[in-house]
Design a binder for this molecule. Structure first.
Ligand code: SF4
Length: 335
């Protein structure tokens, strides 16, 4: 099968003890059966420690929500004692993500990790393909896959060639038209790209909506409320444009093709647009560039992307809330 990944995927290395928001803190870590079976065979003191630290297939987190094998110096005791090959599947993969489409597997690095976010923001996404052994996966509608693959390339092209605000209007117009066609059983690409005409955005409603989502970090909601207090300007700054296009490409790459499984495209393009805007809004309000910008993009991703409840809420709201109409979303990129 073909394994498609961004070039930067191979450059990713966990920064371990240098990481300021370690993924081994605050998350429940499920252990896959094969690894759990191996852990049961480990003898000696470390074997006893493993036994005492696992319950119902997960590591028992400490009182401060740390994985019991995360040392105070930020290193993983399983990695250092048993070797990298004995990490469970989640720990091996994270922050990488994968999606299977018949004979194609796509992968990437998720923005919820500060080092992955730094990579995503530091270079344009170039996709590469390699042949890997076949893996089992669900059936995939090949006709729809081909259509959406072509459509996604068209969206990448728009984001590459046009200024951000114009590109956003165009990909929203493209997604609206494509969704109409797919809903009526017509599986073809729109011939012309008709950009959405921007309307005056409703920023307070957008921030209000985000403030009601399930928070992962208790500091998140107070943080975005403070941003909202600062009234001056809302649209992305020119100095952030290149990085924001990379954010948009990341979200399109990761979510667009999932439409193969449910025929849903528009809400995923809106997710990409909204996420791009929101991250740009945070950068603008905090005056962030470089590593600080990567850190804040990581925070956004962790709060929104890595909570299925929040992703679902955004998908629903993209159809039901007036502030998320394509016209108003397009307007958010203009002052
Ligand atoms: S969040 Fe990323 S850099 Fe930090 S510990 Fe996890 S994988 Fe490593």
């Amino acid at each position: 099968m073909i394994f498609r990944i961004p070039e930067y995927y191979r450059k990713f290395r966990c920064i371990a003890d240098k990481c300021r928001d370690n993924c081994c803190i605050g998350w429940e870590i499920d252990i896959d059966d094969e690894t759990a079976d191996f852990y049961r065979t480990v003898k000696g003191e470390f074997g006893e420690r493993l036994k005492d630290s696992i319950n119902e297939g997960s590591f028992i987190l400490t009182e401060d929500e740390r994985c019991p094998f995360l040392s105070r110096s930020g290193l993983c005791d399983i990695f250092t004692s048993l070797g990298e090959e004995h990490l469970c599947q989640i720990c091996t993969d994270h922050p990488r993500f994968f999606e299977w489409f018949g004979a194609v597997k796509e992968g990437g690095t998720g923005m919820c990790c500060e080092e992955a976010a730094r990579l995503i923001l530091s270079e344009d996404m170039v996709l590469t393909e390699e042949v890997v052994p076949d893996e089992e996966c669900d059936e995939c509608d090949e006709v729809l896959y081909d259509l959406l693959f072509e459509a996604r390339n068209a969206v990448f092209g728009i984001l590459k060639e046009r200024p951000l605000a114009e590109a956003v209007s165009c990909i929203l117009g493209f997604a609206e038209e494509l969704q109409i066609r797919m809903d009526s059983g017509e599986f073809s690409l729109p011939e012309d790209i008709v950009c959405i005409a921007p309307e005056v955005p409703d920023i307070p409603s957008v921030i209000g909506f985000y403030s009601e989502l399930e928070p992962i970090d208790p500091q998140w909601i107070p943080f975005i409320s403070r941003l909202n207090d600062k009234n001056e300007g809302h649209c992305p700054l020119p100095g952030h444009e290149i990085m924001l296009k990379r954010v948009a490409v990341y979200f399109i790459y990761r979510y667009f093709m999932k439409g193969v499984f449910d025929g849903e495209i528009l809400s995923r393009v809106k997710l990409a647009v909204l996420s791009t805007w929101f991250i740009g809004f945070i950068w603008r309000k905090t005056g962030s560039y470089g590593d600080d910008a990567a850190w804040l993009a990581k925070n956004y991703s962790k709060e929104i992307e890595y909570c299925q409840e929040n992703i679902d809420a955004l998908a629903d709201a993209s159809y039901t809330m007036p502030c998320f109409s394509s016209e108003r979303l397009a307007g958010m990129f203009y002052e």
